[in-house]
Ligand binder design. Structure first.
Ligand code: LMR
Length: 398
């Protein structure tokens, strides 16, 4: 069967982690995959997660199937988290949420659902975007287009060009937007810009699909949902794919959710019926453990407070590493203004390092950076930052 078939290329992000694992250099640094690390280089299990797990293990009396859309308490907690407690959408029953296996699973379920009814629609992603957006929406059968987003010269958002592209998108097409902490650039929209995009969605009739993988890594859990609130307020149909890999550190439990927001409760009920069909034919019903951990935390005021504090600790460490990186590069005499790194949000920064620099770093210093120059700031620690900055200085001269 496989004799005449060429191997598929390795994944641009997870494939890099495979290479990193094989690398025997004791000084190796992984600035590739978006996984949080503490200052010792470890990806910790949050204290609130350990406590919730202990509670779950003690109380759990069965491993029977969850409902197709997952535990209703989980769905309710997710809605409060992404829309904000008391949001009109929740009270009006305009949103339905299903537990999905990670953010990728949520995006794929949403993509399959849309494709079932709008197979002719095109999906618009930011230029650049997370590489897997192309994979997921392509695999669901969509043609993919790009709208302007990042300006490599200003190292910021090209909002004017972005808006002029979004204005040309026809009703019914799907526009994937990064709710906060844009992956890969770290460049986000301001409040005023989000208001304009939401108003345009309402006017144009294209369907926003919000990828919400980093809630809490920008300015905070409440602050980061600003974009979601704007789309909810204008009353359009939209989708939100949540991931709890990063903000709960539940990477390998595959915890996420797909939320479909509609203009009315009756439409939401229809959406949920089809959501269930998509899930049933993909993986039947979700794995329970990670979702139960997240909902145990979100439904306990004590554990939730602990979670928010731990999340703030992760966010603040990354902000600190942004500052240290800019200072470290200057100390090593690397030419150029890198202050943009401090303005970006979330785990990632588009470093502006060329592919030659990225290759050099990997070959000569075992420093792994995603092609295009995206770095995960959480891979930096107080012990490896000087090593990284010195290597960048060398690479720039080479
Ligand atoms: C990333 O962008 O590195 C993360 O979202 C992990 C992944 O699945 O690609």
């Amino acid at each position: 069967m496989w004799k005449n078939i060429q191997p598929a290329p390795p994944d641009s992000i997870l494939g890099l982690t495979d290479e990193f694992r094989k690398d025997k250099n004791p000084r190796k640094v992984n600035l590739g995959v978006g996984v949080y690390k503490d200052d010792t280089g470890n990806t910790p299990i949050l204290r609130c997660v350990k406590l919730a797990e202990t509670e779950l293990v003690e109380k759990q009396a069965s491993k029977s199937y969850l409902p197709i859309s997952g535990d209703p308490a989980y769905a309710a907690a997710v809605q409060r988290l992404i829309l904000g407690e008391g949001n009109e959408v929740i009270g009006a029953g305009r949103a339905v949420t299903a537990h999905a296996p990670g953010g990728t699973g949520a995006l794929r379920v949403g993509a399959d659902l849309i494709h079932q009814f709008s197979p002719q629609a095109r999906v618009w992603v930011s230029s650049p975007t997370w590489a897997n957006h192309n994979g997921i929406f392509g695999a669901a059968g969509f043609g993919i287009e790009r709208y302007a987003y990042y300006n490599p010269e200003s190292k910021g958002l090209d909002f004017e060009h972005m808006m002029s592209d979004l204005k040309k998108i026809p009703a019914g097409d799907v526009v994937v937007l990064h709710t906060c902490c844009h992956n890969p650039s770290g460049v986000d929209l301001s409040h005023g810009q989000w208001r304009q995009v939401a108003a345009l969605a309402a006017q144009s009739g294209w369907v926003p699909f919000l990828d919400f993988a980093y809630q809490g890594f920008g300015d905070g859990v409440d602050e980061d949902r600003f974009a979601v609130e704007q789309f909810a307020a204008v009353g359009v149909d939209f989708f939100v794919a949540s991931s709890f890999s990063k903000n709960f550190g539940l990477y390998n439990e595959r915890v996420g959710a797909i939320t479909v927001v509609t203009p009315s409760a009756s439409e939401a009920t229809v959406a949920m019926s089809h959501l269930k069909t998509v899930i049933r034919t993909n993986y039947s019903n979700p794995p329970s453990h990670g979702g139960l951990v997240a909902s145990t935390i979100l439904n306990s005021s004590e554990l939730q407070a602990m979670w928010l504090a731990e999340l703030a600790e992760m966010r603040n460490r990354i902000v600190g590493m942004r500052k240290d990186l800019v200072a470290g590069l200057a100390r090593q005499g690397v030419e150029g203004d890198f202050s943009f790194i401090e303005q970006q949000r979330g785990m990632f920064s588009f470093s502006g390092w060329s592919d030659e620099v990225v290759q050099w770093l990997r070959k000569n210093s075992s420093i792994y950076v995603v092609g295009g120059g995206r770095i995960n700031l959480a891979g930096l620690t107080t012990s490896n930052i000087d090593y990284v900055c010195a290597a960048v200085a060398e690479a720039m001269k080479a």
